[in-house]
Design a protein around this ligand. Structure first.
Ligand SMILES: [Zn+2]
Length: 328
């Protein structure tokens, strides 16, 4: 393991709504893709079967056997013990408690590694994206929640139990709103899309009138990132100030992250950033420039993710490559 004639890697990104997998060349080119819906309210066994199915589909599409696969990397939306291969907590789907490596190895006898999705996102960006060549970098992935990952001294910062860099759950206000993790006042509870949706709902309930027709619906459970973008384009009086405040808080968090990790760059990615980057990134940059403490230091660059939706998929392949002792 890996076998001599094995030529490909498989990278898998398990997301909240879909599982994406790719057959990847050693240089990081995605040669084939597969996508299936995430079994959200199913048993852990069903979730595992979905992962088996997507790997099998990729192999079948290219008429490959596992002999031609060097390794499989999997990005998990939750807390993982990467060393043991165990999924500790997955809040949005059922994989909690599963030893994913042990389960999959019966079917696919190759090198299999797992990691937290946002951790792998920044690793992917370091290998082939916006953080390429950076030995110290932070990744913030803003979607429904806020995922974080840190590269320190060229390596992923994993911590004592493998669950480090949960930046979204940094408590920024002890009296702040309740977070998805159960604590109060986490960064995610101010900047995650679910938090933005909550603030928009509250503003409408308080009698504020949005310009964007779609936002008038009685029950807004989920506002897509592109709808937020549309509202910003229209200078919507409800959405604009909420997004501005959220971007400023994200910028303040970047100042703190800079003080803790001294990164060369902070990479911003995820669905909300992809859709609303023209609004969010300038505010984040402006906010970080106000930092008085590190003002005489060299700049920490704020950059948009360049791999976009492929960051986790390629990062999971980067993790396999690191396990083979290769530089990424
Ligand atoms: Zn939290």
């Amino acid at each position: 393991m890996p076998k001599k004639n094995s030529r490909f890697y498989i990278g898998i990104d398990i997301g909240g709504t879909k599982i994406c997998a790719g057959l990847v060349s050693p240089s990081g080119i995605i040669l084939e893709r597969e996508k299936i819906p995430t079994p959200v309210e199913s048993s852990s066994r069903r979730s595992l079967l979905a992962i088996v199915e997507i790997i099998q589909n990729l192999l079948t599409d290219r008429r490959l056997t596992t002999k031609e696969i060097r390794g499989i990397g999997i990005g998990i939306p939750g807390l993982v013990n990467a060393g043991k291969g165990e999924v500790l907590v997955t809040p949005n789907m059922n994989l909690t408690g599963i030893n994913i490596i042990r389960e999959l190895r019966h079917k696919f006898p190759v090198q299999i590694v797992i990691g937290n999705d946002a951790n792998l996102g920044i690793l992917g960006e370091k290998w082939l994206g916006a953080a390429c060549g950076a030995e110290n970098a932070v990744g913030l992935f803003l979607g429904t929640g806020l995922g974080g990952g840190v590269i320190s001294g060229g390596k992923l910062l994993t911590g004592y139990q493998g669950v480090a860099a949960e930046i979204g759950h940094l408590i920024v206000d002890p009296h702040g709103p309740r977070c998805s993790c159960g604590n109060r006042g986490c960064l995610e509870a101010f900047v995650g899309r679910w938090a933005i949706e909550r603030d928009i709902r509250e503003a409408i309930n308080d009698g504020k009138k949005p310009k964007l027709h779609k936002l008038f619906k009685k029950k807004i459970n989920r506002i897509k990132s592109k709808v937020l973008r549309e509202a910003l384009d229209k200078k919507d009086p409800v959405v604009t100030p909420i997004m501005k405040k959220s971007a400023e808080i994200l910028g303040l968090a970047c100042i703190s992250l800079r003080h803790i990790f001294d990164p060369e760059c902070i990479i911003l990615g995820g669905g909300v950033i992809e859709a609303c980057r023209d609004y969010i990134i300038p505010v984040v940059k402006k906010t970080i420039e106000k930092d008085k403490f590190f003002r005489s230091m060299r700049r920490c660059k704020i950059k948009k993710s360049s791999l976009g939706d492929d960051a986790v998929l390629l990062g999971s392949v980067a993790l396999v490559r690191q396990s083979e002792g290769k530089e990424v």
